[in-house]
Design a protein around this ligand. Sequence first.
Ligand code: DC
Length: 204
Amino acid sequence: MIFTVAIDGPAAAGKGTISKAVAQDYGLAHLDTGLLYRAVGWRVLQGEAPVAAAMALEAGDLSHDDRLRTPEVAQAASEVAVLPEVREKLLDFQRKFARRDGGAVLDGRDIGTVICPDADVKLFVTASADARAERRFLELEAKGIGVSRAQVLADVQARDARDSSRDAAPMVAAEDAVTIDTTNMSIEAALDRVREIIGLKLQA
Ligand code: DC
């Protein structure tokens, strides 16, 4: 069976939590595509050129969650993600992952529009910038990364603006995506909604 779930949306809207739960519930493989851009961004911060960094990516690059999940690497990821050549180098890997036997869930910014335009289920998970910044602030605080709320909000807004205004595969809901706004929704309520959508699709 090849069943593909595409989950897009801005940072800290709940995509990651929803994707992991969906993968677990339905036995699908999960790819957090933001990690690919973060890994390229990390290499660029070490002095590599963006396209060379994208070509040099290895599986091991993705397994350093701690060093990839910093605010600096998030901005660097958003900056390299503007470059069409970088996106192109990451395309094949993502499409192959999506077609793997048993099915897959991919989350990112352009999954429903560019990577998997034929996905069985497309979701666009979003929330207000304030709500997302607060969640990200609490996550970073829990990890001991010292940043102010104001700085986290500014970072989230800068990334939203860059990710949605770029020419190459901008962050946008696919026409046939279901939008889930988690601003005032618990994660349980969001997951119930997602399971309902996937359940209906699997029945059809
Ligand atoms: O999902 P994330 O916050 O880890 O993503 C980091 C950056 O990578 C994001 O700001 C934009 C870029 N990205 C992208 O352009 N396309 C994707 N499919 C995933 C991430």
